[in-house]
Write a protein that binds this ligand. Structure first.
Ligand code: ATP
Ligand code: LTN
Length: 332
């Protein structure tokens, strides 16, 4: 890692198949930042178990997410790729930072409120302290910038608060990170319920486009997407379905909203939805080919994560040593 470059950290949970929301809100931006920054991209499996996971599915999803990082354009020669559970410093720092985080601030987290409503039978302590583990992920690497979707803004704020609080007691231990939230695709909505975000763990698969969905499945899901009772392709707050489809179209084609609205000015919803589907299918075609190639190359993937976790662990240990010393733990 070059000393003079700033640091980027981000991650995704292996809680299902990566969606178009994850791609447009996060992954797509990650690939663009690799030359300018030292980047670490993690598969956050420790976070995924805050919701009950089937072991075989978790193992497969973790490998799939990592392969899809590479297929989307993350270059293991440039960026560090690894599984969170392979670098124990994440969990170690998380315990420490738990002791510098208040119950009140964790209770205000929107994601905690939503997930505890959704999983009433399993409101576990990990779900509550999820943001502390996320803060640890970020702070371990003296991260400058965290590319995420809009839904993670609140978690970035609490990370900054925890870091600032720790620094106020012990001096400058942690770099205070900033969120990097792109304009296009920062909040992709569910296709059937455009008032809520597209989420990879959604049970209704018609709400989500998985990056690995077959072209015919993608086309069908877009054809079924909810619009409204008008017949005008226009971006507006009171037209959430159409606006979401327009945003997706712009994010995958690189066109502006004005260009897209003009293109579909005299177009019915049916052919508009077909065009959005086709744009997404053609964007994903090379990606899907790359995934198929990488799946045949298990040795390569193993080598990437082995090297990735060694590099990450080396960097993480540096910060953790400093933290231990400041707190007053006896050196190992
Ligand atoms: P889950 O459904 O299990 O909570 P998720 O789909 O919300 O998963 P995460 O793994 O929690 O996905 O998030 C990975 C990244 O994708 C984060 O940076 C997050 O902000 C971004 N992201 C998630 N959903 C969307 C969305 N609908 N639009 C844009 N970005 C998103
Ligand atoms: N909480 C994030 C996933 C995540 C993350 C991180 C993102 C865990 N640790 C560190 C950025 C940086 C989410 O998207 N739900």
């Amino acid at each position: 890692m070059s000393e003079d470059k700033k640091v980027i950290f981000s991650g995704m949970q292996p809680s299902g198949l990566i969606t178009l929301g994850n791609y447009l809100g996060a992954l797509n931006n990650w690939t663009k930042l690799q030359d300018e920054y030292n980047c670490l991209y993690c598969v956050v499996d420790l976070h995924a178990i805050t919701v009950r996971q089937d072991p075989a599915k978790l193992r497969k999803a973790s490998r799939d997410v990592l392969i899809q990082y590479i297929a989307a354009g993350i270059d293991p020669e440039k960026s560090i790729l690894y599984y969170q559970s392979h670098v124990p410093q994440h969990a170690e720092l998380s315990w420490i930072l738990n002791c510098y985080t208040y119950m009140g601030e964790l209770g205000r987290m929107t994601q905690f409120k939503e997930k505890s409503q959704k999983h009433t039978d399993n409101i576990n302590a990990g779900l509550f302290t999820y943001p502390v583990l996320m803060a640890s992920d970020i702070l371990l690497y003296q991260t400058d910038l965290v590319p995420v979707g809009e839904d993670q803004r609140q978690h970035l704020e609490i990370t900054r608060d925890i870091a600032g609080r720790f620094n106020a007691v012990y001096g400058d231990v942690f770099k205070i990170p900033e969120a990097y939230i792109g304009k296009a695709g920062a909040r992709v909505m569910a296709l059937q319920e455009p008032s809520k975000k597209m989420s990879k763990s959604d049970e209704n698969k018609n709400n989500t486009i998985a990056l690995l969905d077959e072209p015919s499945v993608i086309m069908n899901k877009f054809k079924k997407a909810v619009t409204d009772s008008e017949n005008e392709v226009r971006f507006s707050e009171d037209k959430p379905g159409v606006s979401n489809l327009l945003s997706i179209y712009c994010a995958v084609t690189g066109k502006t909203l004005q260009q897209a609205e003009a293109e579909f000015a005299n177009c019915g919803y049916g052919s508009f939805k077909t065009s959005v589907g086709e744009a997404v299918v053609s964007k994903l075609e090379p990606f899907q080919k790359k995934v198929a190639e990488l799946e045949k190359n298990k040795d390569y993937i193993e080598k990437v994560v082995k090297e990735g976790s060694e590099k990450a662990s080396y960097l993480a240990a540096k910060t953790l040593r400093k933290v231990h010393k400041k707190i007053g733990f006896i050196p190992r």
